[in-house]
Write a protein that binds this ligand. Structure first.
Ligand code: BES
Ligand code: ZN
Length: 618
């Protein structure tokens, strides 16, 4: 058969069509329908970045990152492209397609969003290059001098991008609604290892010049960098642990269940999408329990307890590889899409690894956290709904247990109503369908109605849009009820602490016990009785110690104060230390708290000290 010219043109059209149109949200397509993000100035619908080539040198003496960020861009015939910046990040010069640009301008400064950098481009522009340096106070960065680290020999630097801090160390379109790939070259002082949320080295490179490649597209809040005296110890072919030489062995043992968690998650939710899953154990000033930076989760050392009892944290950060990193909340108004799903996945993984009883325990504590958060915020507070409206507010100020636990219990409700198997199948195909995309709450509900609930949506108002406690029965954990019974007997003076059988207790049981201690009216001799039995004041378990210190401050238990001071100097995890400072304030000891804070403040990451500054200024 002879092919006519029109057959060729049809064929040509087909090839063209297949090449350019099969994936409409492909990072190179012009299609632009990005959610309006109140926390970013960047307007990706006009012009947006698709790839970053980052080149930075790290100056520990002056606490400065300096170099350039070069972007591949695509524009909708726009005359400008807008970047987010913050904390006096300095722009030295700008190039578009190799030509120096002098036409750029700054937007008005906003106290938490920073300011927009508007760069004039041609509708045909393909590349923009920004030479810049960071300010020593950049809020994503914690610079730790050598004398403050574990072995006191080398300095340490790490970043924290979420929520909107990446813009303080990279001029960028800092909205979770876009994704970029990146390459980076980072020059560090000799003897240090550099790591990023990318393909990482396993050993120190002599000349201190590290190259990174991140080929899977990620939202900018997941850009991450850490530099320090670090070693690698592998767990299996695709996962391992980085930590300082003093911590590496204990960390490796504590987190040895990670491969099993990966296998479990693979089976439930689809193949692990990022090739490598490593953990980086940070210094104790790390402000969070964990941060799900892709390929390299950042972890606090405070969960290394020796008995693996807090490793649901690893399951949580690993779960973000699907919920959050693969399918990402479109804006911070939809944050529950990241965290609620992740808590749900975390608990399914932990059922496999530790069993139902363990999960009942963390679920029941989760319920109590939710109740407490809603009581503190007030049941009418709009931040107690899953879908929120930040409307220019700082996402940090809306942060609470609500997106985590109300989100979890919502998904748990769907699981019960539509059946576990159906729900798991639904989630698996949801991750497949929306992989490397972003999603709003409304798109999720749409998907839910189409693929699981057959149009039913009677639960949506109650669970998603209404504030307050959802209709929910309190989950009961027998292990925790047992603890509660002993606690009450002790509190009512029926038994002394020596009579409490604690040989099988895990960290969570101790935490529940301490949590039950009232915030006033406990005498020094009662506290001493507990200390004689459990020695909480000198506990090496940071979570246990932190909760005990909070109660100690509330009840003015002086024998713990020296340990409290040491603790606050060493640990910078927000959830551990903010309640202790708050206890000083609530208990009429604001001055003592402030005096202590003044001494330890230089040891904290900017997100931590900003939150505590606010606490003391209220
Ligand atoms: N992504 C969060 C940490 C985060 C949230 C950092 C918001 C900055 C802004 C991380 O996945 C997380 O939720 N960590 C929890 C631990 C988890 C077991 C609930 C934490 O750090 O407390
Ligand atoms: Zn999380």
């Amino acid at each position: 058969m002879k092919l006519k010219w029109y057959n060729f043109s049809i064929l040509g059209f087909l090839v063209f069509y297949l090449l350019f149109s099969c994936n409409t949200k492909n990072s190179n397509s012009l299609d632009s329908n990005f959610a309006n993000d109140p926390c970013s100035f960047s307007q990706p619908n006009l012009a947006r970045i698709t790839h970053l080539n980052l080149n930075l040198s790290v100056d520990f003496d002056n606490k400065i990152l300096k170099g350039f960020a070069e972007y591949d861009i695509i524009s909708n015939k726009s005359q400008e492209i807008i970047f987010d910046t913050n904390d006096s990040l300095t722009i030295d010069s700008i190039y578009a397609d190799g030509n120096k640009i002098s036409n750029y301008s700054w937007g008005e400064k906003n106290p938490h969003l920073g300011r927009a950098l508007k760069v004039e481009i041609k509708p045909t522009s393909k590349k923009v290059k920004l030479y810049y340096k960071t300010n020593p106070n950049a809020s994503a960065l914690q610079w730790i001098p050598a004398h403050q680290t574990t072995n006191k020999k080398y300095p340490f630097l790490f970043t924290q991008g979420q929520f909107i801090l990446t813009r303080s160390f990279i001029p960028i379109q800092d909205t979770p609604s876009i994704r970029i790939t990146y390459n980076a070259t980072i020059k560090v002082p000799k003897g240090l290892l550099a790591l990023m949320s990318a393909k990482n080295p396993k050993q120190i490179i002599e000349d201190g010049i590290y190259s990174f490649k991140m080929k899977q597209p990620i939202p900018p809040y997941l850009m991450a960098l850490a530099i320090g005296d670090l070693e690698y110890k592998s767990l299996n072919k695709i996962s391992g642990v980085y930590a300082d030489p003093i911590t590496i062995q204990a960390a490796h043992e504590e987190f040895s269940n990670t491969p099993k968690m990966i296998t479990t998650a693979n089976q439930l939710y689809g193949k692990y999408p990022w090739e490598q899953y490593d953990l980086l154990v940070l210094p104790p000033s790390f402000p969070y329990g964990g941060m799900e930076n892709p390929r390299l989760t950042f972890i606090t050392p405070t969960v290394i307890t020796g008995d693996k009892s807090l490793t649901n944290l690893i399951a949580h950060e690993l779960a973000h590889s699907w919920s959050g990193n693969l399918v990402t909340n479109a804006t911070w108004d939809d944050f529950w899409i990241n965290e609620g799903f992740t808590v749900y996945l975390e608990r399914q993984i932990m059922k496999e690894v530790e069993g139902e009883e363990y999960v009942k325990m963390i679920e029941s504590l989760g319920y109590e956290n939710l109740e407490e958060a809603i009581n503190n915020l007030g049941p009418e507070n709009p931040y107690t709904a899953l879908k929120i409206n930040l409307n220019g507010a700082n996402p940090e100020d809306a942060y609470s247990a609500v997106p985590y636990e109300k989100g979890y219990f919502f998904l748990n409700y769907l699981e019960n109503r539509y059946g576990k198997e159906n729900f798991t199948t639904f989630l698996k195909s949801y991750f497949e369908k929306f992989k490397f995309k972003t999603i709003t709450t409304e798109q999720f509900i749409q998907e839910l109605k189409e693929s699981l609930t057959q149009g039913q949506d009677d639960f949506v108002e109650t669970w998603v849009y209404n504030p307050g406690m959802p209709p929910l029965k309190k989950p009961i954990s027998e292990r925790l009820v047992n603890v509660e019974n002993y606690f009450n007997e002790w509190l009512n003076g029926k038994i002394t602490a020596t009579k409490i059988p604690n040989s099988n207790w895990s960290t969570y049981e101790y935490l529940q016990f301490i949590r039950l201690i009232p915030e006033e009216g406990i005498s020094e001799s009662q506290m001493t009785d507990l200390d004689n039995k459990f020695d909480f004041t000198h506990s090496k378990n940071t979570e246990i110690a932190a909760l005990w210190y909070e109660k100690a401050v509330y009840n003015s238990y002086k024998p713990a104060y020296a340990s409290i001071e040491q603790f606050l100097r060493r640990v910078g995890k927000k959830r551990n230390i903010i309640p202790i400072f708050r206890a000083f304030i609530d208990n009429g000891n604001k001055e003592l708290g402030a005096k202590l804070y003044k001494q330890v403040r230089p040891n904290y990451h900017p997100v931590t000290y900003k939150a505590i500054d606010k606490l003391f200024s209220e």
